[in-house]
Write a protein that binds this ligand. Structure first.
Ligand code: F6P
Length: 407
């Protein structure tokens, strides 16, 4: 009887896990030294075989959907994926690159945050650090980044991020590094794409908060001010305000007159509505005034906004008869499980990014245009931020349903 022949196929090494940042780090292997790289057949597709994925800037719900889809699709296409921890940090410091496999991304779809971590300080061209005397300074680390890319045999960078991350990518591209961008930000202010993932979840959270504040505002006959994120764009404030039925919305694109806000609250009182809900975009400012900030921008650090809600409260104080309370939603808007829309958009972006790697694309950012994911030159995405058109349909809709916009 013929015995079963033992197969000689070598068992693949068990994949090391890098599913959460608290788990043991898996250091990426370096590109084999002195070993001749196997020549690709002339018919082989032009794409990359080893790429590095990172999630830069502030986190946004849906990042894990992109990572998961990118890793899975890349594995199918025969592309090796390294992950750079904390944005560009993994390319700036040693020991911060991890090998990502299908097993690394199991179960992460509904999770907020990023399994790779994020950073809005890890700028390869102006990296903040302390000198020997403890004074802050910034250092150009681009040479170190290029050296690490070379050492690990990385053929392209796939950057999931907002305008800051894209601009670092563009600058690395000018130094010869192929880059592919995936747009992310809860602010939805990136030009060239109809939507960034993260926005939809933040919008849901802000709308939920406005709904919740209505009940308590009404019980106590109060003016409830809710400050939402969005930086210099009013997308979250305007969309959540309309969806939540706010009485007043002030956004960065339309400097407001506090007297108009006072008048609106008084009119409502006269009509028997003893409470009002006011939504304030964090970048909003009164006419002739400045933006409220927590800290000014300086080299290596971006400006931090905050306080716009309290500023408006001060301007209303004594002019309306109600008690006023301020709620700052803050980072709640960045956390939590991503909405179905963000999971879907993140998954589509992740798959398209892997296909872009297979094609060997560079200098592009993926974008959602109507129903399709398309590629646009990265410069186009960085041209200028996408702000709320102050005479656009959304603003008109708000005005027609009786929302006061302060001007
Ligand atoms: O850009 C996203 C964002 O959440 C803004 O809306 C907000 O102004 C900023 O990041 C907050 O940044 P940080 O997490 O550094 O406080």
């Amino acid at each position: 009887m013929a015995t079963k022949r033992k197969t000689r196929t070598k068992k693949p090494a068990p994949a090391k896990k890098a599913t959460t940042r608290t788990k043991k780090r898996v250091t990426a292997s370096k590109a084999p030294k002195n070993k001749k790289q196997p020549r690709r057949a002339p018919t082989a597709p032009p794409g990359y075989k080893r790429v590095c994925l990172m999630t830069g800037g502030g986190d946004a719900p849906g990042l894990n959907s992109v990572i998961r889809a990118f890793v899975k699709a890349s594995e199918d296409l025969g592309i090796e994926v390294l992950g750079s921890e904390d944005g560009f940090e993994g390319l700036i410091q040693s020991g911060r690159l991890v090998r990502l496999r299908r097993s690394s991304v199991r179960g992460i779809l509904p999770k907020g945050g990023s399994i790779l971590g994020c950073s809005n300080r890890a700028n390869p061209f102006a990296y903040p650090e302390k000198d020997r005397r403890g004074r802050e300074r910034v250092r150009d680390m681009s040479k170190e980044v290029l050296a690490r890319i070379e050492r690990h045999g990385i053929e392209a960078l796939v950057m999931v991020g907002g305008d800051g991350t894209m601009s670092h990518g563009r600058d690395l591209m000018r130094l010869g590094v192929p880059v592919i961008g995936v747009p992310k930000t809860i602010d939805n202010d990136l030009a060239a794409t109809d939507y960034t993932f993260g926005f939809d979840t933040a919008l849901d959270t802000a709308t939920w908060a406005i709904d919740a504040l209505h009940a308590t505002a009404e019980s106590h006959d109060r003016v409830m001010i809710v400050e939402v994120m969005g930086r210099y764009a009013g997308w979250i404030a305007l969309c959540a305000g309309i969806a939540g039925g706010a009485d007043v919305i002030v956004i960065p694109e339309i400097p407001y007159d506090p007297e108009r806000v006072v008048r609106k609250i008084q009119q409502r009182s006269e009509l028997g509505a003893t409470f009002s809900v006011v939504v304030v975009g964090e970048g909003a400012r009164p006419i002739g005034g400045t933006r409220a900030t927590v800290s000014k921008g300086r080299k290596g650090h971006v400006e931090r906004l905050g306080g716009a809600g309290h500023e408006l409260a001060q301007r209303l104080q004594g002019k309306v008869s109600h008690e006023i309370r301020v709620t700052v939603l803050g980072h709640l808007q960045r956390g939590g499980s991503p909405s179905a829309f963000d999971r879907l958009l993140g998954t589509r972006f992740g798959v398209e990014a892997a296909l872009a790697c297979q094609r060997g694309d560079s200098g592009i950012m993926l974008a959602l245009r109507a129903q399709d994911i398309v590629s646009v030159p990265i410069e186009e995405a960085l041209a200028e931020p996408k702000l709320v058109p102050s005479a656009g349909q959304l603003v008109q809709a708000a005005r027609h349903v009786g929302i006061e916009l302060g001007a």
